[in-house]
Design a protein around this ligand. Structure first.
Ligand code: ADP
Length: 353
């Protein structure tokens, strides 16, 4: 599909909604690993990426377009900046909701440089017209630009430098097939295990000059929902408790005390996780219940429910997604000390929908 950019001038319009940075510049987040060797976990993905990066670098080509899929906080943005660093490339970052009109995207695309990386976060939220522009940009490295209107309109094809698009999403199912098929590399990020998270905690503690003992790091890792962002956030909060109460060193007492104050249990579940499970049991006889109904019942946006809470509850075996809605498992009853009565019957399930 041709895009109309009557009001867009690639010479004058500066790219909007884009944060521009050189990949080797210090990023805002000091805890973000800069190179693959500092990136913990995701072993297979890391190994594959290092081969693809090395091959592209040796051939002097741009890396193939890369699609990163996984729940929030697992390292998609971090990997994009690592890829840029490893490729010695320039990095431009934006997020799909920030791109409103075709000219927003055209402004960025016409400013990318040869072999650079263009990162679009939440790519599943890209508007259809922009998505179609991206197809041609990804495949043919050009965009169609319509000048004028009506019968006098003419199309200009603007060639683009060969660049790498890195698209990240928490919802692979919401990305259209034509878009996902145009990525040559696809990486699924999985939740981290305790050992990997512990290494992340110890590395972050080192960077933040914060003392934490080995056992405390293990406990903190175990309560971080398999997610580095949460591990880092908890570390910073526990450092606050330690600074105020224990002269700065985080030990297991501080971890237990701090997590309790933050409403996080020994399984890493937050108050809202438990509220979600309890609501399904108490109001919907264990489910199934649809996401919209559940989101109203627990007062949480559907997106947050689906992208943040549910994946971890499912991965931990507390929740199941069925064609008829969400259902809790026996494990959820045990967690909440609620007597298991076999869950809802098929007849109940039918009534709920
Ligand atoms: P996403 O883009 O998937 O939401 P980010 O890339 O923003 O997640 O990661 C969140 C934070 O977690 C980053 O600031 C980074 O410090 C940390 N992080 C993520 N993955 C790793 C990893 N594999 N090793 C070390 N730190 C990580």
């Amino acid at each position: 599909m041709k895009q109309e950019f009557n009001d867009f001038n690639p010479e004058e319009d500066s790219p909007v909604a884009v944060t521009f940075q050189r990949a080797d510049e210090k990023t805002e987040n000091v805890l973000r690993p800069q190179y693959l060797e500092d990136f913990q976990g995701q072993a297979q993905l890391k190994e594959n990426l290092s081969v693809f990066i090395k091959a592209a670098r040796e051939r002097g080509e741009a890396l193939d377009h890369t699609f990163l899929i996984g729940p929030p906080g697992l390292g998609k943005t971090t990997l994009a900046s690592i890829i840029a660093n490893e490729m010695h490339s320039e990095l431009r970052m934006t997020s799909a909701p920030a791109l409103d009109k075709p000219k927003d995207l055209a402004g960025i695309l016409t400013n990318v440089t040869e072999n650079s990386i263009f990162f679009i976060d939440e790519i599943h939220r890209l508007k259809p017209a922009l998505e179609e522009m991206l197809y041609i940009a990804m495949e043919d490295f050009e965009i169609d630009w319509v000048i004028g209107q009506g019968p006098s309109a003419r199309t200009m094809r603007i060639p683009l430098p060969r660049f790498t698009l890195i698209g990240a999403t928490t919802k692979a199912g919401s990305v259209s097939t034509p878009l996902s098929e145009r990525f040559g590399i696809t990486g699924h990020l999985e939740y981290y295990n305790d050992e990997e998270l512990k290494k992340i905690v110890l590395r972050s503690a080192d960077i933040l000059s914060c003392r934490i003992d080995d056992e405390a790091a293990s406990l903190l890792a175990h309560c971080s929902r398999g997610t580095p962002r949460i591990a880092n956030r908890l570390l910073k909060r526990l450092r606050d408790f330690a600074d105020v109460m224990k002269g700065g060193c985080i030990d297991t007492d501080i971890v237990r005390y701090g997590l309790d104050k933050l409403g996080i249990d020994s399984n890493g579940l937050e108050k809202q996780d438990r509220a979600i499970l309890r609501t399904i049991i108490q109001f919907y006889q264990g489910g199934p219940v649809g996401a919209d109904t559940l989101s109203i019942s627990v007062g949480e946006a559907v997106e947050t429910l689906e992208d943040f809470y549910e994946p971890y509850l499912i991965q931990q075996g507390y929740l199941k997604r069925t064609p008829r809605g969400r259902m809790v498992t026996r494990k959820a009853y045990d967690l909440l000390n609620i007597e298991y009565n076999g869950g809802s019957t098929d007849a109940d399930q039918g009534l709920l929908f």
